[in-house]
Design a protein around this ligand. Structure first.
Ligand code: COA
Length: 194
């Protein structure tokens, strides 16, 4: 299809999808790596946690479905729609999840999402991982703006965003449906040069 935009893409198509998804190192011995089939039990168990269920309404219902999601994640990478990483200790034990979604190569934008298993919380896992993913996306790949949104009631996520340099830009009123109804959402963003 002929490209109709008057401006060149911020990121050249193929920059991500033509190469394997990278493993990223983060402070504290954390390794962000692609999901593996054997992670399915840990991934499924995350969605039994009340806090994760509180903020994430899209949930796998079986290990088989988790593995289907991992397959979709691999397709997302190849099609340059998103990147999904397991947050691990030394590549082995799964501690959480972090993702870059909604990739827009024309504008150089994307959004981030994450959760951390209860046992690993409060030790910087989310913020160290977000810092590493952000540095890679902005400075190695060339994204210009990364967005992060969370319910205004999710104070821990707000803190992770702020600690990781994602400035609060405003409140999207009544923007998302959770199990207990509609929530206002904070919009945070970090741009290259912040
Ligand atoms: C939000 C979440 C990802 C944070 O993970 P984590 O690894 O514990 O995060 P970090 O340790 O990097 O930082 C957490 C920060 O939040 C703070 N915090 C935790 N609970 C809090 C609360 N109820 N109110 C305010 N701040 C809180 C911590 O004190 C810490 O800040 P500090 O370092 O200044 O003390 C994790 O709690 C989680 O997975 N929650 C459920 C799912 C979720 O909320 N996902 C995000 C949806 S947008």
């Amino acid at each position: 299809m002929t490209r109709a935009l008057s401006t060149p893409p911020v990121i050249a198509p193929g920059l991500l999808g033509d190469s394997p998804q990278p493993v990223l190192s983060a402070t504290g011995g954390l390794l962000l790596r692609p999901w593996e089939e054997s992670d399915a039990p840990a991934f499924l168990s995350a969605y039994q946690d009340d806090e994760i269920r509180r903020w994430h309404t899209r949930r796998p219902s079986s290990e088989a479905q988790a593995r289907e999601w991992f397959d979709a994640y691999r397709q997302d990478w190849k099609r340059e729609k998103g990147g999904h990483w397991a947050i691990t200790r030394d590549g082995d034990e799964v501690l959480g999840r972090i993702a870059l979604r909604g990739l827009d190569f024309d504008d150089g934008t994307a959004n981030v999402a994450y959760w951390v298993l209860p046992i690993a919380r409060g030790a910087g896992v989310a913020s160290h991982s977000l810092w590493a993913l952000t540095a890679w996306a902005l400075h190695e790949i060339g994204f210009h703006r990364l967005e992060l949104d969370h319910s205004t009631r999710n104070h821990a996520s707000c803190r992770v965003a702020t600690k990781s340099g994602y400035l609060l830009e405003g409140t999207k009123r009544s923007a998302a449906v959770h199990d207990d109804g509609r929530h206002d959402m904070h919009l945070h963003a970090r741009i290259r040069g912040d």
